[in-house]
Design a binder for this molecule. Structure first.
Ligand code: EPZ
Length: 432
């Protein structure tokens, strides 16, 4: 299995702004589809899951490492990952990997379904919130799993899960994915209600069906799964990353240029495109491309993040960066996470006028932001700061680059390709 060597040396990103970005960028495969699909390989025994368009990211490398610890063999070449499932997977997920990536919790459902056991250190919170998995555990318990919390780890056992009706208190993406995978071998039918409808859920359902699962309703509020005896290997392609693609669209707009993103599914970006047009941007779509530009300074709007098809929380920081230089005031409400405003103080350092009140922020647009040194606290906050730096009139140094590496494949090359002057350089530890 190829082990990924990732530099641990501290790095910073230098961003020289005020250049209109123009040109085309191809979207990567969706990180948030690739991770659950990789976890679904744990439902196989001895067979192979071949996944095309896996983005080469810190998080997909971590998931490959996790699968390796559980006995899978993975190879990863030119965007295609081949995962050979173990005959008898180990079912204890290593704490250091779970701590590194919350999406490790997606091993829980498949391990319980496949071998009736799973030990998972609680993933713990992160910069954007407590990130509990109570909805995952509540659903698994209803399917007959015995769940115990021992020294901060979930110990789960099940002598065969049974199908039942589960209503999710919140349409949690991860809980929907874990319960879908847990239900594929359950006795009888499982009806999941009030589930997430994100395109990544639909992609996972397509993979499970291609492996032989009996599953229907994905993309609606109710998913039905009828248990089968076993699944077989398949080959599947990951959908485009709608969040990465949207981030680059915003880069074109914020720098007074125009970027066309290729290999996307425009329908997955409807909420963003509607908001951009409301703010005065011009948006052009074809079958698999989207372009956007701002013929004049955008005007302030209101945005509230909601479960799909609402405005995605993963674009809230980036949208706030754009509204920081729009004409007039905007209101940004975060409806998903309890503390996803850590990018605000960093944007304020760059001259943004933002006032946070609870889970709302009032943004008063300024003509331009200015460069300074800023720190990324999480993946999408980092993306927002890069956008802000690209629009600023001078240079920005961004620390916490490792957060961005989790979700944006080849970001320096992709931005450079459309004219951005961005580089990542080592920085002395004391600066980091
Ligand atoms: C997925 O996280 C994504 N990650 C997140 O993307 C995304 O922001 C989020 O969905 C919402 O769209 C992956 O797919 C790997 P949730 P997930 O369960 O599944 C609460 C990125 O930047 N909740 O839908 O963890 C939770 O605290 C990342 O790519 C519970 O209370 O999100 C949050 O407030 C960031 N109990 C809300 O629900 C639970 O058991 C949404 O969480 C589960 C969730």
């Amino acid at each position: 299995m190829r082990r990924f060597i990732v530099t641990t040396q501290r790095q910073k990103m230098l961003i020289r702004g005020a250049t209109p970005l123009r040109g085309s960028i191809s979207a990567q495969g969706a990180k948030n589809a690739a991770l659950p699909i990789m976890a679904a390989s744990l439902l196989l025994s001895r067979e192979q899951l071949i996944i095309d368009r896996i983005p080469d990211l810190q998080d997909t490398r971590t998931m490959a490492d996790l699968l390796g610890h559980l006995g899978a063999q993975t190879t990863f070449e030119k965007g295609t990952m081949i995962i050979a499932a173990p005959e008898e997977p180990d079912w204890e997920t290593p704490a250091h990997l779970v701590r590194k990536m919350r999406a490790s919790s997606l091993a829980l459902g498949p391990l319980l379904a496949r071998c009736g056991r799973a030990v998972l250190p609680l993933p713990g919170g992160c910069a954007i919130g407590g990130r509990p998995i109570d909805l995952h555990l509540k659903g698994l318990a209803k399917m007959g799993a015995q769940i115990e919390l021992v020294h901060g780890s979930v110990h789960a056992k099940a002598k065969g899960l049974r199908g039942c009706r589960i209503y999710l208190d919140f349409p949690s993406v991860g809980a929907t994915e874990n319960l879908m995978m847990a239900a594929v071998f359950a006795r009888g039918q499982t009806i999941l209600e009030n589930v997430a409808r994100e395109p990544e859920i639909t992609n996972l359902a397509e993979v499970l069906r291609a492996m032989g699962a009996k599953i229907e309703g994905e993309g609606t509020g109710t998913i039905r799964i009828t248990g089968v005896k076993e699944l077989s290997g398949t080959r599947i392609t990951v959908i485009p990353d709608r969040v990465e693609a949207s981030t680059y669209l915003l880069a074109g707009i914020m720098t007074g240029g125009e970027i066309t993103v290729h290999q996307v599914i425009p329908q997955h970006m409807d909420a963003l495109l509607a908001k951009l047009e409301e703010a005065g941007a011009e948006v052009f779509c074809t079958e698999e491309t989207v372009s956007a530009r701002a013929p004049q300074r955008l005007r302030g709007i209101s945005v509230k993040t909601l479960p799909f098809p609402g405005f995605p929380t993963d674009l809230q920081p980036q949208m706030m960066a754009l509204l920081s230089i729009a004409e007039g005031s905007s209101i940004v409400q975060e409806g998903i996470f309890e503390s996803r405003f850590l990018h605000v103080p960093e944007l304020q350092r760059m001259g943004a006028h933002i006032e946070v009140q609870g889970n709302s922020a009032v943004v008063t647009g300024v003509p331009a932001l200015h460069g300074t040194d800023v720190r990324a606290t999480d993946l999408r906050a980092g993306a927002a700061l890069i956008l802000a730096g690209l629009s600023a009139s001078d240079q920005t140094e961004m620390f916490g680059v490792e957060h961005v590496a989790r979700g944006y494949e080849k970001i320096v090359e992709k931005l450079g390709h459309v004219g951005a002057r961005v580089e990542i350089i080592p920085c002395p530890d004391e600066d980091a």
